[in-house]
Design a protein around this ligand. Structure first.
Ligand code: CP
Ligand code: NVA
Length: 302
């Protein structure tokens, strides 16, 4: 039976830990895995992308496959062709699909009608490929994931939602600080809390950034205005106390690292000096998108 990766919880904890080991192995030997030989993978993007699009395209090539970049606006989907018809048509040509779009429900619908694996490359609700690379980066830095405390400070968006589910799935502590009214999605918190019952993960949601970063090993942030929200620029006033600055970091663990999924808006969610001090981690995190997605494709396509 085909497997999709629409949510981080589509993999279990053991699979994620194995995937990270394999990603670290592939990082040293980039052409070792040829799982995608003679396979064509479609990549539908309805939103812009630098890291996700290029790391998938390069990763598919390195694994012996053919990546086909499909700009959403160039397809009949942009003129209203049914998702389910698109899925049934693409099933006849492709061996797998990577998709970045707005509605998570539409990706779930597409996955129902496309009969090979579908990978979520970001929706308004979740960004699971990002968190795979982040977990790899944390594992490389700390040698384990379960024992760390992550603080997410900023907008309760797709990246925050995925972190919360990952915390419940793997069993690490997370504290999420957002302004009032910008909390993460209730369904992500509910899923994370349910998963945490089996792993001992701890999920804490607050409106106080200082409380969130207290003793954190990883302080994580993302843009205040996500793709598709460009008309919500007034958010920036509400978020001004949710910026990662040296001052805020003074409340974290003394060996704290700062992570950012990128693109960054320096002077908004992160100060330029903090960004530069942690640029090694942040660009390693971006590089790990390539390795962790290759490990993911090995698991889904082998
Ligand atoms: N972090 C991330 O997904 O970046 P892109 O939007 O450039 O793909
Ligand atoms: N929350 C951001 C993530 C970008 C990778 C967005 O959806 O635009």
């Amino acid at each position: 039976m085909k497997r999709d990766f629409l949510n981080i919880s589509d993999l279990n904890k053991g699979e994620i830990l194995d995937l990270i080991d394999y990603a670290i192995y592939l990082k040293k030997d980039k052409y070792k895995d040829q799982t995608l030989k003679n396979k064509s993978i479609g990549m539908v993007f309805m939103k812009p992308s630098t890291r996700t699009r290029i790391s998938f395209e390069v990763g598919i090539y390195q694994m012996g496959g053919q990546p086909i970049y499909i700009q959403g606006s160039s397809t009949q989907m942009s003129r209203g062709e049914d998702i389910k018809d698109t899925g049934r048509v693409l099933s006849r040509y492709l061996d797998g699909l990577v998709i970045r779009t707005y509605s998570h429900k539409e990706v779930e619908e597409l996955a129902k009608y496309f009969n090979k694996p579908v990978i979520n490359a970001l929706t308004d609700y979740l960004h699971p490929c990002q968190i795979l690379a982040d977990l790899q980066t944390i594992y490389e830095r700390f040698g384990s994931i379960e024992k760390i405390k992550v603080a997410f400070v900023g907008d309760g968006n797709n990246v925050a939602n995925t972190w919360i589910i990952a915390s419940g799935l793997i069993g690490f502590n997370i504290s999420v600080a957002t302004p009032k009214g910008y909390e993460p999605s209730k369904s992500a918190v509910e899923e994370g809390m349910n998963l945490a019952k089996n792993t001992g993960g701890n999920i804490h949601i607050t409106n106080d950034p200082v409380e969130a970063v207290k003793d954190a090993d990883v302080v994580y942030t993302d843009v205040w205005v996500s793709m598709g929200q460009e008309n919500e620029d007034e958010k920036k006033n509400v978020f001004k106390d949710f910026s990662i600055t040296e001052d805020l970091l003074s409340h974290a663990s003394k060996n704290v690292i700062v992570m950012h999924c990128l693109p960054a808006h320096k002077g908004e969610e992160i100060s330029e000096d903090v960004f530069e001090r942690f640029s090694d981690v942040i660009f390693e995190e971006a590089e790990n998108r390539l390795h962790s997605q290759k490990a993911l494709m090995n698991l889904l396509f082998k």
